[in-house]
Write a protein that binds this ligand. Sequence first.
Ligand code: CTP
Length: 410
Amino acid sequence: MESDRNTDGAGLSPPFVVLAVGAGIAAYKAVEVCRQLVDAGVHVAPVLTERTLRFVGKTTFDALGSEPAQMSLWDEASPIPHTRLGQAADVVVVAPATADLLARYAAGMADDLVTTTLVATAAPVVVCPAMHTEMWEHPAVQANLALLRSRGVVVVDPEDGRLAGGDVGSGRLADPSVIVSTVLSVLAESTRGTPLAGRRVVVTAGGTREPIDPVRYLSNRSSGKQGHALAEAARSRGAAVTLITTVPASAPSGVEVVPVATAAEMEEAVLSAAPSADCVIMAAAVADFRPRVAADQKLHKSDGLPELVLEPTNDILAELGRRRLAEQVLVGFAAETEEMEARALAKMRAKGVQVMVANDVSAEGVGFNHDTNAVTIYGADGTVKLVKMTSKAVVSGHILDKVQELLPDR
Ligand code: CTP
């Protein structure tokens, strides 16, 4: 196919990203996404809808994009702009993606340049929803997103914060830097091929729940997001992935999901999957202790204050370290609030793992229940890699790069 991209001095085409800007107040942030992508060496083709112009000017995107912004299906210079853009794209990113745009994309409608490009492309698509909290939480919007996710569309979830009109809630467009780093990592994935093809990767995710009685449990703040992002990234690099998770509802598609609740269930599932795995990544927050007895019946206030006697759980990662097969790569996580490096290195040695991913969970935007993370990746071979605040998808890419470096050549 003929492409009209610019080439650099070495004759290589820069990656081609279609930036589709929906008609929402957050369209002003898409200007920053455009600028940062161009700065990162990407050829950006902006596409706007008629209604987008109520929020932001076309001239801005003409000036900052790599080519003039397009809006019409009926371009005289190129009779088929919808297929040209869809075919040329390495990635299509929709920012902001309004509730209306998500619905039309999920339904396969194609009545303007944005939706025709989305339906005409075989490239990976990243959608970045932004809308009022009421709309974001509407079952129709969530069902459309679930459908798009099941088709492999990457969703950059909105953040909590101030919305148009002064309201506060979830639905604010993700930070432009998070959108840009996600697009860059999706680009890297799509051009990298499938380096983990033929490999088996086991990932654990979420916080375990240790029952006190049939309605109560001890748990922690883990959301499972980092583990799920790792499973998704390993799958897109071609690995056969088993995801052992306490939050199966939000598991990515295309992986084998083993739902578990307690540390003991997770231990059984991990130890049975590990012998055939090239790599096991323990991203789960496993309880270190559990109630010695879980009451059969609900405990009632009228029975007085219960005495909770705790007992330790088994350390799954340490057990994996003892049973490790030659050339198997074990990855642990160390969520710390102080003395991060010393503690992470001590855990790496004590548990016999090859890679330890440490994060300071007391820092803003890091670790539990965030879409972003900032980590340091320690290798038992002495390597140290600092990954500054970015999306959990990008963090996953860095962790898998290290795993690939350690896996023996085939
Ligand atoms: N881990 C595990 N089994 C446990 C506890 C932890 O497999 N019972 C794993 C975690 O999944 C993580 C790593 O060990 O990959 C480190 O977990 P962390 O809670 O940071 O360390 P602990 O050894 O539990 O030490 P502490 O909680 O005292 O910091």
